[in-house]
Ligand binder design. Structure first.
Ligand SMILES: [Zn+2]
Length: 211
């Protein structure tokens, strides 16, 4: 390659980078609630190779989500329950989304049962009209990422998670990506963490974009 070609390639590369820089801003707000964390409640324990409690793992996921949302241009707020009440956190999440006019809330958990159960599920509260739709968007992306059994979206009235979701009065869902007490699932939670965080932000962006 001669000098002029080299210079041309260099300028093209620089131009591409400059073009890619200003990311479009998404008009809306994502609120991420880290599940558990009140008093001594750390949630379920994720076995090796994850080797951490639900709330500690989800702090990392929430931080990954905030970084990825920033790249995407989607305003994002992370709420922890530590030192607060479920109602207080729900009210804060609701207010944040309402101020932005458009948006949604995702509460982070992971499942635990008997070591043998595995797979992905998303819980929702049917009180808000879009909750099932939003739960389905999150569920689809998590199932595609992890490739584990699709346990579906579940109305909170048939199981746990209700009190958390009930305190949020805007579009929301509660994700149970995998089982922390299942060895394969725990491995995926560890190795695919950043992709998992990104797929949830993508789900929020897809939902907000469709509003
Ligand atoms: Zn949980």
């Amino acid at each position: 390659m001669n000098f002029l070609n080299w210079l041309k390639n260099l300028l093209e590369e620089m131009f591409k980078t400059a073009e890619a820089e200003p990311t479009p801003k998404i008009d809306g707000h994502l609120v991420v609630i880290i599940g558990h964390g009140m008093n001594s409640d750390k949630g379920a324990y994720g076995i090796a190779p994850l080797s951490m409690f639900e709330t500690d793992y989800n702090k990392l996921v929430a931080s990954d989500m905030a970084s990825y949302a920033k790249k995407l241009g989607l305003p994002c707020t992370v709420l922890s329950k530590t030192g607060k009440t479920t109602y207080g956190v729900g009210a804060e999440a609701t207010r944040t989304v309402k101020e932005a006019k458009k948006g949604c809330v995702i509460e982070l958990h992971f499942n635990s049962y008997n070591g043998a159960a595995s797979g992905t599920e998303t819980l929702y509260d049917r009180d808000e009209k879009d909750n099932k739709l939003f739960a389905e968007i999150c569920q689809k992306k998590m199932v595609a990422l992890f490739g584990r059994p699709n346990r579906g979206v579940k109305d909170r009235t048939v199981g746990r998670g209700g009190s958390n979701l009930d305190s949020v009065k805007v579009t929301s869902c509660l994700v149970e990506p995998l089982f922390g007490d299942n060895k394969i699932d725990a491995g995926l939670l560890k190795t695919r963490r950043k992709e998992y965080a990104a797929c949830l932000v993508d789900a929020a962006a897809e939902y907000i974009g469709g509003l």
